[in-house]
Design a protein around this ligand. Sequence first.
Ligand code: MN
Length: 745
Amino acid sequence: MNQPVNISAPKTSQKYLRQYELVELVKKYDPSANAALLNKAYVYSVQAHGKQLRHSGDPYYAHPIEVAGIVASLKLDIATVCTALLHDVLEDTDATVTDLADEFTPEIAELVDGVTKLGQVEMSRPNLSRERAQAENFQKFILAVSKDVRVLLVKLCDRLHNMRTLQYHPKQASRERIARETLEIFAPLARRIGVDKICSELEDLSFRHINPAGYESIERRLKDWRESQGEAISQVFTALKNTLNDAGLNVRVYGREKRAYAIWRKLERQNISFDDVADIYAFRIIVETHAECYQTLGVLHDVFRAVPSRFRDFISVPKPNGYQSLHTTIRTDENRRVEIQIRTERMEDVANRGVAAHWAYKDESYAYDPARAQASGGDPLKRIRPLIEMMEQSGDADEFLDHVKLEMFTDQVFTFTPKGDLIALPRGASPIDFAYAVHTEVGDTCIGAIVNGRDVPLRTQLTNGDVVKIIRGGVAEPQPGWESIVITGRARQALRRLTREGESEEFRRIGETLALHAFKRQGKNIDSAVLTDALKRLDISDETTLYETLGRGELSMVAFMEAVFPFRNEVEADGGVEGLDIIDDGSVSLYVKGNGLNPGRGLHLAPCCSPIAGDRIVGLQSPGRGILIHTIDCDELATEEERIENWIDLTWRRAVEHAASIGRMLLTIENVPGALADVTKIIGESKANVTNIKMTHRSPTFFDMTIDVEVRDTRHMMSIIAALRASSYVVKVNRSRALPAHTKA
Ligand code: MN
């Protein structure tokens, strides 16, 4: 009776393959293999891992060597065998990808790099106990990451050896976790690419660790079953062989026992007992040609009774992983149900080795042969991505939708640079986060992103497997809105730094424009001697700080003018006014000609309508606060109508040349460098002073802001607004009827 295919390394007294044994193993299926390269990789691995030890107490290098042995048992090309030997050197030693490319081949270096990255992904495994769907998505993701199927094959062989030695792992919890992960992620992956050899061993090994009692009980039942059924099995075996030989078919027949885990699954999923498991034992009939497969089937159905609905033709319709075979179940004369699989040698090979069965000699070298793959139902290597789609199609449609919604990780996404470097980011990360994760400089100069070949907005949330290319500008131009987009600490911190710098710069420019304009109004040019004196009076350290303070509105124009031209205000004050009050934290003087005002009372501009010189105004007595000045059309006045006799008739004092009022504008401008400077320039050219600027809303594309300006009168204000409307940077501008919140009113 044939036992399941054993892909363990050849038995030797040593715990790992010797150098010559590995070379022999490879030479057996690829006589042209470069033994020198293989030897070099073997020695390199041994030296690189040096005195590292495995949990088993074996030298660490025994692991890559054994993995190489498994890879060789799959008959993969020498580059893949070398990759297996070197698969842990990037992670565990000082060796670099460049080192490997120099020492071996760029192909090998790239493959080793791929396996290493897959290892990094594996580190952030999902919590499998929570979501089954996560496991499936994780599989998809690993497929997507393994651009070259050889990377995945090495990874699977690596996992297989780790599973074979899992009993040495000291922690019970870790053993269980690793076994579960293997069962839910790696074994299904092996099945996806058809490598049944690896899949079934991974499943059984996992099962043993996850459920030792279950495993033992199945093994015990199987042993009993073999003892009781052995005789019957060999009778069927003979009957089959004789029947087919009599029909002139040259066949090879062997039996295959179902694996423990496969039986367990049946018991779990179907409400049946061990004895009811029909296909514990299946017969394989290997023939030479496709035609003979059907011929064999015909003979068997003729001689025995076929069990209805148990016939499947996977030759004309192969399984997605390339598996081909005819399946049928017959009843013997003793009324025994017998499951039979009919296939060619080639189909058998594909069933065992899956993708790996497509490596062959071609043009004097041993390599993956797409034509050969095509001949057996498709080219899985070309379909790594489509494989993912197949997985999706194979599942229940609703279930798949759920998977898509769930995504695989709750807290992480894995993205890639165009070169294939893995960048792990928190969920919700944007291309800006990505850019900063690559390098601060890349983040600082990021102006756009191409994700999976498509231009996307920078606020786009990245998803697993995205390949992100950052478009960079020459200079750092982070946009204020970015801070609300990024989620990584690194990006946020960098943006804060840049925004601070950028804002200071902008305010300095505004301040300088304001100062220049103020000087011009006095018919003077900026004079550094005058400024130096002013700095002392203002207790400001230097010109730059002065401009910034002025630009921010922390220093009022009035205070600035007083500091620069100390005698200016005295002259004006001498002109004499009937009502004078200071509003808006002293930044502007309001001159109003009162009518019947009591000296000492405050005059305040009403915050509801914020009148400016030229507006028709009235005053209202406000107990304890003095007089509030409203525009004549202010809605507030309507509520006071019955007290119209209390209205105080006020006019603006025209006699004072420098009289200025504060007007507020609401602006929406484009969020582009220079826009704000252009706005202040226009205001300056209109001979008005900016006294305050406040951003009320920032988006990546627009700024909303309020600007308070010192103006002569309403006509002045309207001309400024008109000039602003003419600017290409200004999207919208209106006069506001509300004054700043800090106005003392
Ligand atoms: Mn390993």
